[in-house]
Design a protein around this ligand. Sequence first.
Ligand SMILES: [Zn+2]
Length: 293
Amino acid sequence: MAVCCRPYAAAPYVDTQMMRYFLSLFCPLFLSGIAAAAEEFPQPSPQMLGQVARLKAKNIPLVDYHIHLRGGMTAEKAFDWEKRTGIRSGVLENTGKGWPLSDNEKLATFIKDAKRFPLLVGIQVNDRDWYKTLSPENAKQIDYVLADTMIMALTPNGKPQKLWLENEYEIADPPAWLDRYFEHCLTVVNEPIQILANPTYLPPRMEKYSDEFWNTERMTKLIDAAVKNNVALEIQSPSKFPSNRFIEIARKKGAVLSVGRNNFDDRKDELKRPLDLLESLNIKPEEMFILKK
Ligand SMILES: [Zn+2]
């Protein structure tokens, strides 16, 4: 592929179409290689680039802090997307028991791989004692810690349940479960994290309680804890949480916001919902999270 491409690059005066035709005859991989590369490094749409330009003109700092290196997504692809879009990439992966980065050795390898590129590198923490098990060496290397509230044990020492998997969580008594869940949300936001991902999430079976459960009092308590701890509240592109009402209270309380894609693969994500909200709500630069090491 590299050899095939060289004459094309070295002879810009040759008619492009002719050269492509010539190369396709003698190097069958040439055209399919171009197609594969285009797929591997997706292009942002003109709409997205326009949106980013408008937000940057207002000095809005744009960083996607929630790019998982999984499902084909790599540090190289995240860096390429950063260059194409102008949105900084923060890459991370899940840490904890039973997760891809289940110990400090695996985490060190992950950090080393990601740092081959000038990216922000974080971790998503899933065990509630993560700050006791993270090695000081790894803690020094990472730029930020992100957590969501989507894994909860029913009792402090119980088995963690994944709340987005319908057959993995039990709810015998919804009001008691909701009380426990709120306690869990406060536990997570009081950990030494920088970003609370997907705030006010509720699992599918409990979504019908959302308006009643996430009343002003509970939202305010969660936001107050985030402000006190300098924790950013994430607007995640695939999620409908948090609500505009939550963002409104968060802004009044002086909270800061972050954006993230929470991807499962390497397809492009133009952060449509987060960027639309930053524009339509006229978010100010100082309302965005800025990472301080
Ligand atoms: Zn995530």
